[in-house]
Design a binder for this molecule. Structure first.
Ligand code: COA
Length: 375
């Protein structure tokens, strides 16, 4: 019998595999994609970063053009995709919409991608990723009673998404900001949803199931769902003056402050460091400075509470992201789905990497129940 190793059930501090996709350096507050600091990547088109994550290098001009064209074609929703959306109950949370639709989308990827190594499941997965913006924009229009948006020609995917979602052309600032946020959210090591994707992938389930599993895991408020919760907290409070008593009450009753704390980072999450000034500038421009001021006051009150107990806590990526998305006009219930739209590239990169070493992930449990009957 092989040697048993007992680890903590949250896998805190346990290394369960290797990856060359991203480095999450929790002590130094650094995040590298394929060796490159994320701060140097936010101004590059998100599909260029998707290529970097999935294939491990920046694609050549021709390869990138092929990937961009692939996305433009695959993004178009089929009649059957729209019928799926129309069959869903009104008011469904956008994350549930993604979870309902992803396994049933009509995807017909081409057999190859300009010479790039791309097994069929990768192309199917990337086709699903390409459809997520259209799904969310269409769902939003349906909920608003607006006509379903048409696929715009010749626009980059995020420009097209903003046009479809808001039913008007977006400014360069909005497009570039959304691009930067999506790049920041694309990948983050063995986080809970990526790990869930690896577990699902290890069973050789179809790629649609792998993506749905990951996105279902992302939904939780301790993971991706914290973005919506953090912004709603700031909106509910309304002004910075109420932050101290709010934080005191929440922590006294054992509740968490959403968007604060992180399993990996012992210092400020490098993504939060980029998002905070972005949220400040955008909210000021949109006449919503109170939102960021309230978030900042919550952050300070939470840090003061922990400092008084000799501990540190810092904002994570979710804390100020909501300020940015709010200023861009996205309703809070769409935040986590926008996150999924970006993180699906990380899931695909991990799925591809995992194929080289695929063995069923199947831990053991220590049985503590009774043993009855014949021994
Ligand atoms: N609010 C209040 N207390 C928090 C906290 C928060 N946001 N984050 C951590 N803590 C406290 C815990 O209560 C715990 O205290 P204890 O040791 O007295 O029990 C301690 O800090 C360690 O927290 P723990 O939850 O064990 O850390 P973890 O590594 O398991 O969890 C998170 C990390 C992200 C789950 C946790 O920080 C959290 O719940 N944050 C809020 C949700 C969130 O923003 N999630 C998005 C992450 S990117």
């Amino acid at each position: 019998m092989s040697k048993l190793i007992e680890v903590n059930s949250s896998l805190d501090g346990v290394i369960v595999g290797e990856t060359a996709i991203s480095l999450v350096d929790g002590e130094a507050g650094r995040l590298l994609y394929r060796g490159r600091d994320i701060a140097t990547l936010t101004s590059q088109p998100c599909l260029r970063i998707a290529g970097l994550l999935v294939w491990g290098r920046f694609l050549s001009t021709d390869e990138q053009a092929a990937l961009d064209e692939f996305f433009a074609h695959q993004a178009v929703l089929q009649k059957a995709d729209l019928a799926l959306l129309q069959g869903l109950p009104a008011g469904l949370h956008p994350m549930r919409v993604l979870l309902s639709c992803i396994p049933a989308l009509q995807v017909e990827p081409p057999p190859s991608l300009n010479g790039l190594p791309a097994p069929p499941d990768l192309l199917t997965g990337l086709s699903i990723c390409a459809k997520l913006p259209g799904l969310l924009a269409s769902w939003h229009c349906l909920q608003q009673g607006l006509p379903l948006p048409c696929q715009a020609q010749g626009l980059n995917p995020l420009e097209s998404f903003l046009l479809q979602f808001h039913n008007r052309a977006a400014s360069d600032l909005a497009i570039n900001t959304l691009n930067a946020v999506q790049v920041l959210q694309m990948e983050h090591g063995f986080n809970a949803s990526t790990f869930a994707a690896r577990v699902c992938g290890s069973t050789r389930a179809p790629i649609a199931a792998v993506l749905a599993t990951a996105i279902a895991t992302l939904y939780g408020p301790l993971h991706g769902g914290a973005d919506q919760a953090a912004l709603e907290m700031a909106l509910e409070l309304g002004k910075p003056e109420r932050a101290t008593s709010y934080v005191r009450e929440k922590l006294a009753s054992g509740e968490k402050i959403m968007g604060m704390g992180h399993r990996e980072y012992r210092v400020l999450d490098p993504r939060a460091a980029i998002l905070k000034p972005m949220a400040e500038a955008l909210c000021e421009q949109a006449g919503q400075s109170q939102v960021v001021a309230t978030l900042s006051a919550i952050e300070k009150a939470c840090q003061a509470h922990f400092a008084a107990r000799g501990r540190e806590i810092h904002a994570n990526v979710e804390f100020y992201k909501g300020g940015v998305f709010h200023a861009l006009g996205f309703p809070a219930e769409y935040f986590t789905a926008l996150f999924a739209m970006a993180r699906c590239f990380g899931y695909m990169a991990h799925w591809l990497e995992f194929q080289h070493n695929a063995r069923l992930i199947r831990p053991k449990a220590r049985y503590t129940g009774p043993v009855r009957g014949r021994q």
